[in-house]
Design a protein around this ligand. Structure first.
Ligand code: NAD
Length: 496
């Protein structure tokens, strides 16, 4: 079996390098191998991107955007293939993978508007006969490092806009499910990107560190867990690079006593267990205000969870699939063990779930844990599995304090019928993306995506308007064309 290689300077490249196994998490079987790029391979990709930059930078934005239009079309034509590749390595169910791809394509659509977004700012007569304008120039070679949980979508948050803005790109996808990212990048080349504009290197820390240290790389976009995000941000910044590093999450939903409990339960069910809870916007903590709300929530959740279906990705009748690896399955179950040992009540237990015919798959069933308290490990850390914690508080202020004191600040949601409470919550809460009766408030592609606190290192969020600023550098030009013969004497005071 040949290990999945790289895409460098417009062609597939296979090297004799270290490699690791790729699994199909639905069955637990090894489905192939992926190469782990050596430093020299990554440097070759950076060199290709560097060589492609001058011509791509000078290609008119409208021509660059036309490639994105064709790319969007190719993504739609190959949707079934992409969904299959995502499912085989990630394990998410067909309809979930279709949703992921659709959200990725939205970012390509937004990048089609780059000529409009790059127009800049102009002021005439800032002084006598003097005009001034700001333009937004590409940076050069940009790197993207992405996580396993959205193998198709997260790379599309990054390179379509980076490239439409005139940069060239080196992508390092997750080594756990890299095949769809490589396939999609080949479609971008087919859409008309010149060789070297988009390169993909598969790999692990060695590849990432090479991208972080190479002076030719001007900026780094990262999405993944918080410890790695912090590391990436520190190392890239220390090397003088622009960096945005999106990290992990612990997203709370406040359930107010006046909320429509049927609606809460059905939306929490999807938001906690969809994609096996392996979403950075998954709602993993429900904070019920008052015991009455908590008891009603637990009773209805328990009832609904009885019909949750976990199973292989290709069966669209399943609600969610396996988690990504055996090690992750054990980690998630370890969090449930710790909750039990630390005094929480396991109401629905997903440990040891069996999926007939797929006994080797990495499954964890939907799990509901009541009476969780702030010092418990299951609350302090991101579980990233199909586990919903329930906490009980007496007031909305107490619920908000819990959220504000948590290290993460990615997403949150309030369920209520009280507009005043919702407005207060959305105004004050220390979280970057807020839902009001909306469980997964993932911004659309023409807004930007980013958490607060330790969920985002850097100043600009991912995709949307912030990404245009991230992938360009402002230059402000001031000009005057003096009439022939008119000369000014030297001016020693600051012009006003
Ligand atoms: P991860 O941090 O393990 O890996 C992400 C990337 O970093 C991968 O490409 C990996 O190869 C690389 N990497 C891992 N260890 C490294 C190291 N020591 N040095 C250099 N590079 C390294 O994350 P993951 O498990 O693939 O993804 C899940 C995490 O991503 C969760 O924490 C989730 O919340 C987070 N996530 C966040 C967002 C967001 O927008 N905030 C979106 C999706 C996922």
């Amino acid at each position: 079996m040949t290990a999945l290689g790289h895409l460098i300077n417009g062609a597939r490249v296979d090297r004799q390098e270290r490699s690791q196994d790729l699994y199909n998490p639905s069955t637990g079987e090894v489905k192939g191998q992926v190469s782990l790029a050596a430093k020299a391979t990554v440097e070759e990709a950076i060199a290709a991107a560097q060589a492609a930059f001058p011509a791509w930078r000078d290609t008119p934005p409208a021509k660059r955007a036309r490639v994105m239009f064709r790319f969007k079309q190719l993504l739609e034509e190959h949707a079934d293939e992409i969904v299959r590749l995502v499912g085989e390595e990630h394990g998410k169910i067909v309809h979930d993978a279709q949703g992921e791809l659709a959200r990725g394509i939205e970012n390509v659509e937004y990048a089609c508007g780059a000529p409009e977004l790059l127009k800049g700012e102009h002021s005439k007569n800032t002084g006598p006969g003097i005009d001034s304008w700001s333009e937004f120039q590409p940076l050069g070679v940009v790197a993207g490092i992405t996580p396993f949980n959205f193998p198709a979508m997260v790379p599309l948050w990054m390179y379509p806009m980076a490239i439409a803005c005139g940069n060239t790109f080196v992508l390092k996808p997750s080594e756990r499910d890299p095949t769809s990212a490589l396939f999609i990048a080949e479609l971008a080349l087919e859409a008309g990107l010149p060789a070297g504009v988009l390169n993909v290197v598969n790999g692990d820390k060695e590849a990432v560190d090479t991208l972080l240290d190479d002076p030719r790389v001007q900026a780094v976009s990262f999405v993944g867990s918080t410890p790695i995000a912090e590391y990436i941000y520190s190392r890239a910044s220390a090397n003088g690079k622009r960096c945005q590093a999106l990290g992990g999450a612990k997203n709370h939903a406040i359930v107010m006593p006046d909320a429509d409990m049927d609606n809460v339960v059905s939306s929490l069910n999807g938001a906690a267990f969809g994609s096996s809870g392996e979403r950075c916007m998954a709602l993993s903590v429900a904070v019920a205000v008052g015991d009455e709300a908590a008891d009603a929530l637990i009773a209805k959740m328990q009832e609904q969870m009885a019909s949750l279906k976990v199973g292989p990705c290709h069966d669209a009748g399943n609600d969610f699939g396996p988690v990504i690896t055996k090690a992750h399955q054990e980690k998630v179950c370890g969090y449930i063990d710790s909750a039990e040992q630390q005094g929480a009540t396991i109401v629905v237990d997903g440990r040891g779930v069996q999926v007939p015919g797929h006994e080797g798959g990495f499954y964890v069933g939907g799990t509901l844990i009541d009476r969780v308290t702030p010092e418990m490990t299951c609350y302090q850390e991101e579980i990233f599995g199909p586990v919903l914690l329930v906490m009980r508080v007496d007031t909305m202020e107490e619920a908000m304090r819990l959220i504000d004191e948590h290290e993460y600040g990615n997403g949150t949601c309030i369920y209520t019928r009280d507009g005043e409470a919702a407005r207060y919550f959305s105004d004050r809460i220390q979280v970057g993306m807020v839902g009001i009766n909306v469980p997964l408030p993932v911004p659309v592609s023409y807004h930007s995506f980013g958490g607060w606190k330790r969920s985002l290192f850097g100043d600009l969020s991912a995709y949307g308007p912030d990404s245009v600023r991230f992938y360009t550098r402002r230059k402000t030009i001031t000009q005057r064309w003096p009439s022939a013969g008119v000369r000014e004497g030297a001016q020693f005071s600051f012009p006003s």
